[in-house]
Design a protein around this ligand. Structure first.
Ligand code: 13P
Length: 287
């Protein structure tokens, strides 16, 4: 008896989502990790997500079935780079996107996810805020706050591959469709979206919208869940190239093996975890 809970991100392979106890976006999964009374958390997602679970539940065993599944966006800023950027900008407070290492979170004042970024930035008691590492999300948040954001130049390669032309093409084929997009997409893509939402925000919207056809601008793994949750709707992915290879590295076999062997255990030095937890706790309070 492992007394384990399996958490899976909405971009995971369908077969992995189907065995999970809970599937969600980064915020929902963080909440689940913080609240679960299971002894073991098997985290099916990329490394920063498993690290976040360990930071929030330090006394639980967190297993990441494929430790090589990283996030290129999270790798675009190191703690040293963040400290230098902060020094160059007069020590302004830092909001980091959850897609960052535990070390970067440890140097940040607040953490945020795609579903609460604007609300978290508004909460910071300063007129200028450093926002790292996603430039596209930062530009999106900038449209919704009067604060001046100092942005890092990171981006998600999977979302960056989605173009405005591909949305226009999908709209020519389905003129009555609703376009939903993730805020990691480029600004010109977001300009064409009817709704800009986190992955779970997209799932809620798919259930509620009166539109019968929905054009989806994010990673393709979400289509599995969208079809399950709103089987009467048609989902049109804007790009067949929008696949995150790291998310797909977690397979059903690897989930089983990690549970059998208790392999892929996530460890984070307590001094880093403690400071990263502060930024995450502040985010959970805002949300
Ligand atoms: P969500 O929090 O919207 O699920 O986004 C997670 C993510 O990493 C997107 O690339």
């Amino acid at each position: 008896m492992r007394r384990a809970v399996i958490l899976a991100h909405n971009y995971q392979l369908g077969e992995v989502q189907d065995v999970a106890d809970f599937t969600g976006d980064s915020l929902e999964l963080s909440r689940q990790a913080a609240q679960t009374d299971a002894e073991v958390i098997v985290f099916c997602g990329v490394r920063f997500m498993a690290e976040t679970a360990k930071v929030l539940s330090p006394h639980k065993t967190v297993l990441h079935p494929e430790p090589r599944a990283g996030c290129p966006l999270a790798d675009m800023i190191t703690a040293e780079e963040l400290l230098a950027f902060k020094a160059a900008h007069g020590g302004a407070p830092v909001v980091c996107y959850v897609n960052t290492s535990a070390e970067v979170k440890a140097e940040s004042d607040y953490c945020c996810t795609s579903s609460n970024a604007a609300r978290v930035v508004e909460r910071v008691d300063a007129p200028e805020v450093i926002f790292v590492p996603d430039h596209n999300l930062g530009l999106w948040v900038q449209r919704h706050t009067s604060k001046r954001l100092l942005l890092w130049q990171g981006s998600c390669p999977t979302h960056d591959r989605i173009t405005a032309e591909s949305i226009q093409e999908a709209l020519r084929a389905y003129p009555d469709a609703e376009v939903i997009a993730h805020p990691e997409c480029r600004p010109e893509v977001l300009d064409l979206a009817h709704q800009v939402l986190s992955t779970s925000g997209m799932i809620r919207r798919a259930r509620e919208t009166p539109a019968c056809t929905i054009i989806v601008a994010t990673e393709l793994g979400i289509i599995h869940r969208l079809q399950q949750e709103a089987p009467d709707k048609r989902f049109v992915p804007v790009s067949r190239l929008a696949i995150c290879p790291n998310m797909k590295r977690i397979t059903l076999e690897k989930v089983l093996w990690s549970l059998e062997d208790m392999s892929g255990q996530v460890t984070i030095p307590e001094d880093i975890a403690g400071r990263a937890r502060r930024a995450l706790d502040r985010m959970l309070e805002v949300a």
